[in-house]
Ligand binder design. Structure first.
Ligand code: 3PG
Length: 396
């Protein structure tokens, strides 16, 4: 944005692709991190006299479906940026069409209009040329501030963007690329990774790219049991990704010296079981591991909190943290991440689950160097994949 002289925004209609794909329950927005992260770009533009038109998707609706309306997001955004001296965010019932055009023609400098869910039109995901034209006709300048959707080649991230002469990166997108490219290309050493969560499949690309660069990789969450099984350790009824066992076995034989695995586990017969047991080594038949144990917490925390310096990337909870009995591992990793930050490490966390876990642990957003807004996009970027929504931009 700062590439363009301020005067170029004055009175111009600027289409900003944001990612307001947030959780909405009974008409109320839950975690609003993604919304808050878009504010610097919105305010930069309104202060320079632009007419700001915000476009986003929400969920994966099949056509127009009220439960996926962005109306609650408009309200939350108004609560955050609106004030006595500033107009509330206006909301358009659609994202293209005569009524939207009419609404835009009535905008004054500094006004903000949020368009209804782009995915109410199936053409958005099809990157349909006609739909792209209609979308692009709404504005003079294009800004992408939706890093977390930039792995999608959709109309709003790609087809429509191409139709603008000026295609800029918003501040949030630039910050994401700055931090994540540091990890991907040249992490400050020592570089440590903490990986948890359930799905190994989604993380293989990123791990393949990052394993050679990392000094230590700590595995937790359900993913750990597939690694333990590959090492010949008994995992009882714990969740195993049989399909990824060959990949895991190969990763262990190549990078075994830097991969750390849990040595003890919080086990139960089922997640709802009231009696939980700390198990060291083999997990007995009939039992499953749902969190890393105390000894593992100590080893991992010492590695993460350490002496400060270097880079630490954390993706995925260490256990079923939504259940109190299985939340200790995740809480302690979050606290160690905060400690590392205060001791001068660059700390990054990625994925919606991980942000939720961090907050539950009482760690504040400003105790982390960077919290990525991306889930799939962050992992794809770290895997070295091309991001259509980023490559089309021609300025910052
Ligand atoms: C996300 O939440 O990861 C982004 O908003 C992209 O959503 P999608 O996976 O439905 O395209």
């Amino acid at each position: 944005l700062s590439d363009l002289p301020d005067s170029q925004f004055d009175g111009k209609r600027v289409l900003v692709r944001v990612d307001f794909n947030v959780s909405v329950n009974n008409g109320a927005v839950g975690e609003d991190y993604r919304i808050r992260m878009s504010i610097p770009t919105i305010e930069y533009l309104t202060k320079r006299g632009a007419k700001v038109i915000l476009a986003s998707h929400l969920g994966r609706p099949e056509g127009r479906d009220r439960q996926y309306s962005l109306a609650p997001v408009a309200k939350r955004l108004s609560d955050i940026v609106g004030g006595k001296s500033r107009p509330a965010i206006r909301f358009a019932d659609d994202c293209v069409g005569v009524e939207v055009e009419d609404e835009i023609s009535k905008m004054n400098k500094g006004d903000v209009l949020l368009l209804e869910n782009l995915r109410f039109h199936k053409e958005e995901e099809l990157n349909d040329p006609e739909f792209s034209k209609r979308l692009a006709s709404l504005a003079d300048i294009y800004v992408n501030d939706a890093f977390s959707t930039s792995h999608r080649k959709h109309s709003s991230t790609y087809g429509a963007a191409w139709l603008f002469d000026i295609r800029l990166a918003g501040f949030n997108l630039s910050k994401e690329v700055e931090y994540l490219s540091m990890i991907r290309e040249n992490p400050i050493k020592p570089f440590k990774i903490v990986v948890g969560g359930v799905k190994i499949k989604d993380k293989i690309g990123a791990l393949e790219h990052l394993l050679p660069k990392a000094d230590k990789v700590m595995i937790g969450g359900a993913a750990a049991y597939t690694f333990l099984k590959a090492e010949g350790i008994k995992t009882g009824n714990s969740l195993i990704d049989e399909e990824r066992l060959p990949w895991v076995t190969k990763a262990l034989s190549t990078y075994g010296d830097k991969i750390m695995l849990p040595t003890d586990h919080v086990c139960a017969n089922s997640p709802n079981d009231n009696s939980v047991t700390m198990v060291r080594g083999d997990i007995p038949n009939g039992m499953s591991g749902f969190d890393i144990g105390n000894e593992t917490i100590e080893r991992y925390s010492a590695e993460v909190g350490g002496n400060g310096g270097g880079t630490i990337f954390w993706n995925g909870p260490m256990g079923m943290f939504e259940i109190r009995a299985f939340s200790n591992g995740t809480i302690n990793i979050a606290k160690s991440m905060a400690l590392a930050f205060w001791r001068g490490s660059k700390t990054l966390i990625g994925g919606g689950d991980t942000l939720e876990a961090m907050k539950k642990s009482g760690v504040a957003e400003n105790e982390v160097s960077h919290v990525s807004t991306g889930g799939g996009a962050t992992l794809r970027y770290l895997a070295g994949d091309e991001m259509p929504g980023v490559v089309i931009l021609n300025g910052h």
